[in-house]
Design a protein around this ligand. Structure first.
Ligand SMILES: [Zn+2]
Length: 99
């Protein structure tokens, strides 16, 4: 049995959790491109997706949901760090002005 037959029977392997799934999002598919899946995998999970290697380029729905939550959480952290640093800088500048 070829690998394509296997895929039809059991589904596609998820690149994140390695489980087989019938419903997946392809990194280079319409939905994958829309949510910038390749970049999210690379930037937030350290999973490198290359167009021309033979590693799975599909992600299951459960992992898509988790990735989205993780992405939003990372954005919150990033923005919070900027806010904290700016506030500290402002306080320091005000202190310097007074002395
Ligand atoms: Zn998964």
């Amino acid at each position: 049995m070829g690998s394509l037959d296997m895929a039809v029977l059991t589904g596609f392997i998820c690149r994140i959790c390695s489980k087989m799934n019938k419903v997946v999002t392809h990194v280079y598919g319409e939905e994958g491109k829309k949510i910038n899946l390749a970049n999210q995998l690379q930037n937030y999970l350290g999973v490198d997706i290359f167009f021309n290697n033979d590693l799975p380029k599909t992600v299951c729905n459960s992992c898509i949901v988790k990735l989205k939550m993780h992405y939003e959480w990372m954005e919150i952290i990033k923005n919070a760090q900027t806010r904290i640093k700016n506030k500290r800088l402002k306080t320091r500048m005000e202190r310097d002005r007074r002395s």
